[in-house]
Design a binder for this molecule. Structure first.
Ligand SMILES: Nc1ncnc2c1ncn2[C@@H]1O[C@H](COP(=O)(O)OP(=O)(O)OP(=O)(O)O)[C@@H](O)[C@H]1O
Ligand SMILES: [Mg+2]
Length: 402
């Protein structure tokens, strides 16, 4: 097996099975917490309110079983009235868990009213997208009452991840970094989301390197809008996030409604396997070769230009550099992504097809793949992106009511 012999140390093959992420620091996770960035970018975010959560509220969320407060409270609950000298009055707690966090419960109700009666809730990082099935009336995250929120949150693994696993697989920062999580409830004013207007944008080394749909359906009318979508997002990124977000690698989600000239920031996500790369794969995002930033391109960042794996790479970029723009990846007609029956809806661990094919081909295929991958990382192999079939058939552009 010459392929095997040419690799000096078989151990080197192993990292291929893991994505080559730089270590994720706890501070990066904290920077993606809604309460960290919302104030900074407030003028472009969705209308939202942030409610700090107390220890009793968090223990309620963590408890097994779903006991909801009565929809209409017979008595106006009073914090002190329900305690005994030993602690809480267990009977009333069982019948109305909100007595343990009556202030927050009231704040939630008031905020829902203030936001027009319907909200989309989330915790610091996650929305309960996996639990919409429990909201039988709507099968969505639309919440009209505090109980709607509690039911969704207590049924959601994503919320549980925020509560119990926020720092999983993280490297320690320096001792001066805050490590404590101040949990918050985020209530966003509900609006009828047009899924074709939702995009995820990937930033590496403070460069916008890729944009893709968040929804995995094919929307034909998006194809002729591709340049406009890219330009609007690039302008927003250059003017807002590029020089101000503390980390150089992250992914941000935006809502870009018709006429596609104004961006709403929906979320900021860590540059980590837990963030779904959607139509990209993490391997391509992590290894994608980029030209150095150009003189004359708005680049407010104090960061040095991106480094390449060898000097050679940077020399003959020439005119191509001028043309370089982040790819806007859309779901093509007949694209299997649009009919993803086989893969879980919220997969965060997708591998590129090349890796899957190689692993199916047995050890020698894997070795071949390993050699090519190594060459690619060293800049000896051109990375070919499967070019999208840019059908440009006009379609109706649905309106939104953001
Ligand atoms: N104000 C709103 N009204 C209605 N729906 C909303 C609202 N805000 C967000 N959504 C919907 O909720 C979805 C999830 O929101 P968000 O991106 O904040 O969740 P998330 O848990 O961070 O997702 P991910 O795990 O993909 O990062 C959005 O894609 C959007 O469709
Ligand atoms: Mg998110």
């Amino acid at each position: 097996m010459p392929a095997f012999e040419s690799i000096e140390d078989p151990e080197e093959v192993r990292p291929l099975m893991r994505l080559p992420f730089p270590p994720v620091q706890k501070s990066q996770i904290l920077h993606c917490s809604y309460d960290y960035w919302h104030q900074k970018y407030r003028s472009s975010t969705l209308k939202s309110r942030i409610i700090p959560l107390s220890a009793p509220f968090l223990s309620y969320l963590r408890e097994d079983g779903i006991v909801l407060p009565p929809e209409t409270q017979a008595t106006n609950s009073n914090y002190e009235d329900n305690t005994t000298s030993e602690g809480w009055d267990d009977d009333s707690q069982d019948s109305d868990p909100s007595l343990r966090f009556s202030e927050i419960h009231q704040q939630i109700k008031d905020t829902i009213t203030e936001l027009g009666g319907l909200v989309a809730p989330k915790l610091n990082w996650s929305a309960p997208k996996d639990a919409t099935w429990i909201n039988m009336k709507k099968n969505s995250m639309e919440c009209a009452t505090a109980n709607d929120i509690y039911l969704l949150f207590k049924s959601s693994d994503f919320i549980n991840h925020d509560l119990e696993h926020a720092f999983d697989d993280c490297a320690e920062d320096g001792p001066q970094q805050p490590q404590h999580i101040n949990y918050v409830l985020v209530l966003r004013k509900w609006f009828k989301v047009n899924p074709s207007c939702e995009f995820r944008c990937f930033v590496r080394g403070r460069r916008l390197i890729g944009i893709c749909q968040r929804d995995l359906n094919h929307f034909e009318f998006l194809f002729p809008l591709r340049d406009q979508i890219r330009d609007t997002i690039q302008r927003y990124f250059d003017g807002t996030l590029k020089g101000t977000f503390p980390d150089e690698n992250f992914a941000f989600d935006i809502y870009l409604p018709e006429p596609y000239d104004q961006v709403r920031l929906v979320d900021i996500n860590p540059w980590a396997p837990r963030t779904d790369p959607l139509l990209f794969s993490w391997l391509e995002l992590l290894t994608m070769r980029l030209p150095p930033p150009l003189l004359g391109i708005p680049d407010s960042s104090p960061d040095p230009p991106l480094q390449f794996s060898s000097d050679e790479d940077t020399q003959d970029e020439g005119v191509e550099e001028l043309e370089w723009k982040p790819e806007v990846r859309l779901v093509n007609k007949d694209d299997p992504e649009a009919y993803s029956f086989a893969s879980p809806q919220y997969s965060a661990h997708k591998l590129p097809k090349d890796v899957v094919d190689a692993s199916l081909g047995g050890e020698s295929s894997m070795m071949d793949f390993a050699r090519n991958w190594e060459k690619m990382v060293n800049g000896q192999l051109d990375m070919q992106h499967a070019s999208d079939d840019e059908g440009s058939v006009e379609g109706n552009i649905p309106t939104t009511d953001i």
